[in-house]
Design a protein around this ligand. Structure first.
Ligand SMILES: [Fe+2]
Ligand SMILES: [Fe+2]
Length: 491
């Protein structure tokens, strides 16, 4: 089989690559959509049958030209006919869905042969999505189950132990993400102190850390966003700057920025409030409203920041756009806001990105001067009210989509009376109200270390959703510390 694969790879390279990648994209999305639909509907439901029909037609089409059609999991990636499936942020949930299904059954390869029939494909996808397998030898158990169903033209291969270990390595990735998060805060502290004394900081280390944040976001965006529920660890500005850096990179990814651009954006977000080093603490932490004079001093942190940055010995290694972001991150989309002393007609894209992430993190953080700390979904609503004035409307749409109707880290109550915390939102419109959640109390209100459930799960008896969100809640009223739940995942 390996010989064949090699030959096919050469043929692919000679054919129209664009068309090939399109087909691979399509078959990946069709397979994942059929799986998702199978999780929601019964096997004879018309929506499910339609999804299977589309997948079947596509596979048959591929098999007309190719010897085989097979999905394969190796090196932590999904391949279709030996070509790596590329996924973007919108299809990332599909990738996770597939990788979970492969992992729990310890499957390395799913292949379809030319005699494949639609009925057996429907059976297979339904079982692949829903059947519970034994913990011991899940592969053998699953293979036996589908054989019993008379599925003959779909073959399976067991995953290589090395690839299984990589798939199971998510816990390690979370640990490492947590490490990078706290390391960033410490690094920023050191950088600020060094800058004060020596007018320099270790920019290479900053870049390495930000690169690491970019990499962790590629692996598990939801978890990284979850970490931004950590607030006021050490000094406010340090924790806040790290959170803004994470949110800005996630945002930049959604806008399709390149790797190098994400790094520049991250570094810029990291240092956006460096000018606050010059603002007296009694103004920064003042409980009451700032006087006109104090407000003027506070607003100076934007150009004080630029002043500090241009005096740096490593200035030539600092992205130029960091200066824009530092200066412009309090400017509104309608060009009001501050600083107000010079005529401006354009705001840099990075400044607009950082402005949104800055606002979101600020209003959701407890500060001495802030009477109302907004919940994540309230903060998003507040931002939507400011669309077109404070925030750029088209960028805000992307931001809202990233944060989700129920943002990651929101505490919610279900119709079952259980409480849960949103751990992963979904980008498909049909599932916006059905994210993944961690259960934190039972129906009686007792705190539990519950499992993570998918709100698309249905009760097979009644064919109704098992849980539906009723509303979001204030975690303080229930004595729940949201960040604890994310940190616990990285133990
Ligand atoms: Fe600021
Ligand atoms: Fe800020």
């Amino acid at each position: 089989m390996k010989e064949n694969n090699k030959k096919e790879k050469i043929d692919y390279a000679e054919s129209d690559k664009k068309a090939l990648f399109k087909t691979i994209d399509a078959v990946f999305v069709r397979f994942a959509s059929a799986l998702r639909t199978a999780q929601i509907f019964k096997i004879n439901n018309i929506t499910y049958i339609k999804q299977v029909h589309l997948l079947f037609a596509l596979i048959k089409n591929i098999l007309r030209d190719e010897n085989e059609a097979m999905f394969e999991f190796r090196e932590s990636s999904l391949f279709f006919n030996t070509i790596r499936v590329k996924f973007d942020f919108l299809s990332y949930n599909y990738f996770k869905l597939l990788s979970n299904k492969f992992r729990e059954k310890e499957i390395g390869t799913v292949g379809f042969d030319r005699r494949l029939e639609q009925e057996e494909l429907a059976q297979f996808v339904y079982y692949f999505a829903n059947v519970k397998v034994k913990e011991k030898n899940p592969f053998d158990d699953f293979e036996a189950k589908i054989k019993k169903k008379g599925i003959k033209h779909i073959y399976l291969e067991k995953i290589h132990p090395y690839d299984l270990a990589a798939l199971k390595g998510e816990g390690e990735a979370k640990k490492s993400a947590k490490k990078v998060f706290f390391k960033s805060i410490t690094h920023l502290k050191e950088a600020f102190e060094r800058e004060k004394k020596e007018k320099r900081f270790r920019l290479k280390t900053t870049r390495r850390l930000v690169q690491s944040i970019v990499d962790h976001i590629s692996q598990d965006e939801s978890f990284m966003i979850g970490l931004t529920s950590i607030k006021n660890y050490d000094e406010y500005t340090l924790n806040h700057s790290t959170n803004v850096c994470i949110l800005a990179i996630c945002f930049g990814k959604r806008l399709g920025l390149e790797k190098e651009e994400l790094l520049e954006l991250g570094v810029s977000a990291f240092f956006h409030d460096i000018g606050k080093l010059e603002i007296p603490k009694k103004i920064l932490d003042k409980k009451g409203k700032l006087s006109k004079k104090e407000r003027e001093i506070m607003e100076k942190h934007t150009y004080k920041g630029v002043e500090r940055l241009i005096c740096l010995k490593e200035l030539s290694f600092l992205p130029v756009r960091t200066l824009y972001v530092t200066l412009e991150h309090h400017l509104w989309a309608n060009l009001s806001g501050y600083p107000r002393y010079w005529k401006k007609d354009h705001i840099d894209l990075y400044s607009k990105i950082v402005k949104m992430c800055d606002f979101f993190d600020s209003v959701t953080t407890k500060r001495p001067y802030r009477k109302n700390v907004f919940l994540n979904d309230e903060a998003l609503n507040l931002m939507l009210e400011k669309s077109g004035t404070e925030f750029d409307p088209s960028l805000l749409k992307v931001f809202a989509n990233m944060i989700g109707v129920y943002p990651i880290g929101t505490l919610v109550v279900f119709n079952t009376r259980e409480l849960g915390i949103i751990t992963e939102s979904k980008s498909e419109v049909a599932f916006l109200l059905r994210p993944k959640v961690k259960l934190v109390t039972d129906r009686m209100g007792n705190k539990i270390d519950g499992k993570i459930v998918d709100l698309t799960e249905m009760d097979p008896e009644t064919m109704e959703y098992k849980r539906t969100i009723v509303k979001s809640l204030d975690p303080r009223q229930y004595n729940i510390q949201i960040s604890d739940y994310f940190l616990a995942q990285a133990q």
